[in-house]
Design a binder for this molecule. Structure first.
Ligand SMILES: NC(=O)c1ccc[n+]([C@@H]2O[C@H](COP(=O)([O-])OP(=O)(O)OC[C@H]3O[C@@H](n4cnc5c(N)ncnc54)[C@H](O)[C@@H]3O)[C@@H](O)[C@H]2O)c1
Length: 404
């Protein structure tokens, strides 16, 4: 990852993780070191499979990690917790300790969202930056990205947004156009941190991947900026578990002309994401994102759906989702399907993050700009791509690969 030879340097890709000490970022950092050294198998990585693999994906040894964070903890503590809970293998934690320390040294103080103000374990520098005028804050974030690119002689930096879910906010008039958004920055309007990070990334000409349900680059003002700066971006909200199954199963009911009457989902999470989602306003952001796929695929106004999320600390990273599907067949016969999914949230998410970084890097290298419609299969609320049907989304990704 850190070769000094000039030729090698020109192939380096910067990956800037926002929420750098969180569970997913930790799994990405340790996982990448393990993939590079051949001690982790590329299970769950679509870009390691054909036909994507042959498109010229960036090699694992060319990745250089940096990031922003607002919490005072450090990466080794996050890794120890994930190891204790059976997610990170202990031998990998030991083998990747030097890579983790190098990444930790490149983590810069982050930009506070209003919802984070007053949080107990805040990094003091992030807290201090939180008091500065908004223009100064975004310029500092952009400066960090540009300095990272220059210091490590990186060909490109891809920014991945992996910070906590923000409270749900209604769209504001200042989100509509770039001009209005920049006026709002100058006047100090309260704007979501995820949008300010996306703004800074685009101004630094960095592709942006929003793995969270936060607004990020999805607002019209920032879609306009991505086009103006000529960078690709994708999001929102990684599709890793319950919604992945829903978007794969619902098309089957539609294809067989079976009538789905109700689809209820109940999720239990015990990690940092679960703790954040214990706040009703943040939970509303997530539930809205998780509920979209069924209505879009089944297109029945009588369909009854519900998604609930509870924080259950003892589960740690092992998220459990229980779904009940009530459906009707010929002669009005009522039937049901029930499933339970138990998965390590971070182990499911980390390979998708690596795939998305590689796809954003590839898109940028080909001069593609704006929303990356071909990545819709990775997201619960795709910015672009037109359908929530996982199979159709995956076919679109394959068609993208075949067309090049
Ligand atoms: N794990 C999954 O399967 C999955 C799927 C889809 C979406 N997500 C989303 O990914 C995000 C990360 O998940 P996680 O499990 O790693 O959560 P986590 O709580 O372990 O990590 C989030 C990190 O972001 C930091 N943070 C919060 N606000 C920040 C800010 N303004 N700037 C910089 N850093 C900030 C926190 O301090 C924390 O370290 C969450 O928003 C989650 O909803 C996760």
């Amino acid at each position: 990852m850190n070769g000094e030879n000039e030729q090698e340097r020109s192939h380096r890709l910067g990956v800037w993780l926002i929420g750098a000490r969180g569970a997913i970022s930790t799994c990405v950092a340790y996982g990448l070191a393990g993939l590079r050294d051949g001690i982790v198998e590329p299970v769950g990585l679509v870009t390691e499979k054909e036909p994507l693999r042959s498109l010229g994906m960036r090699a694992f040894e060319d990745f250089v990690l940096g990031g922003h964070e607002i919490a005072r903890t450090d990466l080794s503590r996050s890794a120890a917790e994930l190891a204790r809970n059976g997610v990170l293998p202990r031998d990998l934690v030991a083998a990747a300790s030097a890579d983790a320390a190098a990444f930790e040294a490149r983590i810069r103080p982050g930009l506070l969202d209003l919802g984070e103000v007053g949080r107990a374990e805040l990094d003091p520098e992030s807290a201090a930056l939180g008091g500065a005028p908004i223009r100064e804050r975004v310029d500092r974030i952009r400066g960090d990205l540009e300095a990272f690119r220059d210091e490590h002689d990186l060909e490109r930096v891809v920014v991945v947004y992996l910070a906590s879910t923000e409270p749900l906010r209604e769209p504001a008039p200042s989100w509509e156009t770039l001009e209005a958004f920049e006026e709002a920055i100058e006047s100090g309007e309260d704007l979501p941190a995820s949008c300010l990070y996306a703004y800074a990334a685009f101004r630094a000409k960095a592709p942006f991947v929003n793995f969270t349900p936060n607004r990020g680059a999805s607002i019209p003002a920032l879609c306009e900026l991505a086009l103006a700066e000529g960078v690709p971006h994708c999001g929102n909200d990684g599709k890793t578990g319950e919604t992945l199954i829903k978007s794969a199963l619902a098309p089957m009911f539609a294809a067989r002309a079976l009538r789905v009457l109700a689809w209820q989902g109940y999720n239990m999470l015990g990690n940092g994401d679960g703790a954040a989602l214990a706040d009703p306003s943040r939970r509303a952001t997530k539930c809205a994102s998780k509920d979209k796929a069924l209505h879009a695929i089944l297109d029945d106004e009588d369909l009854h759906t519900g998604v609930e999320i509870d924080f259950v600390p003892s589960l740690h990273d092992w998220k459990t989702a229980m779904d009940f599907v009530h459906f009707e067949g010929f002669l009005g016969a009522k039937m049901s399907l029930q499933f339970t999914w138990s998965g390590s949230d971070s182990a499911l998410a980390a390979p998708l993050v690596v795939d998305l970084v590689r796809l954003a890097d590839l898109a940028a290298s080909r001069g593609e700009v704006g929303g990356m419609a071909h990545t819709a299969c990775f997201f619960k609320s795709p910015l672009d791509g037109g359908t929530h049907d996982f199979h159709a989304q995956f076919r679109a990704l394959m068609a993208y690969a075949a067309a090049r």
